[in-house]
Design a protein around this ligand. Structure first.
Ligand code: PEP
Ligand code: MN
Length: 346
């Protein structure tokens, strides 16, 4: 429930509404706006009796949020949220940031080469997993803490913001020390204890859609993070499991405008996992920007044929450069811009 205060409501009126919400056993969330303040009621699962609220002085109207997700909904907050992961790197505005880097951090040479390559092509954040959720326990599981330290080194060298995955509660605290944005992978989208943990940590979160999750499931998972007091959530469409094995996943482009209608949170596209095939990444990245994505995340490896994970979908540095050129043209066609500058050659 959202209590919209009149534009002449006093601070005492707002406090009275907050006190009443508390007395009803819920938590008030005041949200000052340019014209008026709204006070959200947090903690209800179903419709709340508003009779104690509607008559209070300064209350203009009460909105009952109809969706099961509340704080992530457009009803709760009409204007788009901007999520900033590092100075100048924001998702949800007109400029489109591109996150790029290998699937996994493998060595110092590999991550530094990747960082240099993606930076010079115009990426503003470096991705790379130190903790890898692999389908097989015998596959490369990531370098762990050493991988995080290598990401820090790459950040110092390149200035790129770091996006890296946390797989469990304990790891989330460690990852938070090194990352600008904590990735929650598709396999963990419904790990509710991890969602609560990253909600409490408060750092920006990149929440990937589960491979068999509905959009409502995705938004409810985001709600877990916001309900712990962390509004810095970026959603990610990364493709769904389907019956068709010609691509690794079925990249759900429609999710981009659908999520943007339902939620104020930014949504980025991951055409690497979305397709699983290097030659399909460029067309689907272009399509995602055309569809209005708030960012793109792409796997790039200095030597994809030697990659320890997801080599088949990783771009070479040269292909990534081409992708960035193509994305700038598409962004221009839809009156937007790819964030960041391209390093001068020479
Ligand atoms: C990844 O980003 O490398 C990854 C494991 O992604 P997802 O969780 O979408 O499979
Ligand atoms: Mn990967």
């Amino acid at each position: 429930m959202l209590v919209v205060m009149s534009h002449v409501a006093s601070q005492a009126d707002i406090n009275r509404v907050c006190d009443t919400i508390r007395a009803m056993g819920y938590t008030p969330a005041p949200m000052p706006g340019a014209q008026r303040t709204a006070v959200g009621l947090v903690g209800n699962d179903g419709t709340v009796d508003d009779s104690l609220i509607v008559e209070l002085p300064g209350v203009e109207r009460v909105i009952h949020v109809s969706n099961p997700y509340k704080q992530v909904s457009r009803e709760w907050k009409a204007e788009k949220s901007i999520v900033t992961i590092a100075p100048g790197v924001s998702f949800g505005g007109d400029d489109i940031p591109v996150i790029a880097g290998p699937c996994s951090v493998e060595s110092e040479a590999q991550i530094l080469a990747a960082a240099r390559a993606v930076k010079s092509a115009g990426a503003v954040a470096l991705r790379g997993g130190a903790f890898k959720p692999r389908s097989s326990p015998y596959s490369f599981q990531g370098l762990g803490k050493q991988g995080l330290e290598l990401l820090s080194l790459a950040k110092r060298e390149s200035g790129l913001a770091i996006v890296t995955e946390a797989m469990d509660d304990e790891g989330a605290h460690l990852v938070a020390e090194f990352a600008d944005c904590i990735q929650i992978g598709a396999r963990n989208m419904q790990n509710y204890s991890l969602l609560k943990t990253v909600g409490r940590i408060g750092k920006p979160v990149l929440l990937k859609r589960g491979m068999a999750a509905t959009i409502q499931d995705l938004l409810l998972s985001a709600e877990y993070i916001l309900s712990e007091g962390n509004p810095h959530v970026i959603l990610c469409e990364r493709g769904l499991r389907s019956f068709d094995s010609t691509s690794r996943n079925l990249f759900d482009l429609t999710a981009i405008p659908v999520v943007q209608q339902l939620s104020h949170l930014p949504i980025v596209a991951d055409p690497s996992h979305g397709t699983g095939r290097r030659d399909k990444v460029l067309p689907m990245a272009r399509a995602a920007v055309a569809a209005g994505a708030d960012g793109v995340i792409v796997e790039v490896h200095p030597h994809p044929d030697k990659a320890l994970s997801d080599g088949a979908q990783s771009l070479t540095p040269g292909q990534f450069e081409e992708l960035m050129i193509a994305l700038r043209r598409v962004a221009d066609a839809v009156d937007r811009q790819i964030m960041g500058t391209v390093a001068a050659v020479g």
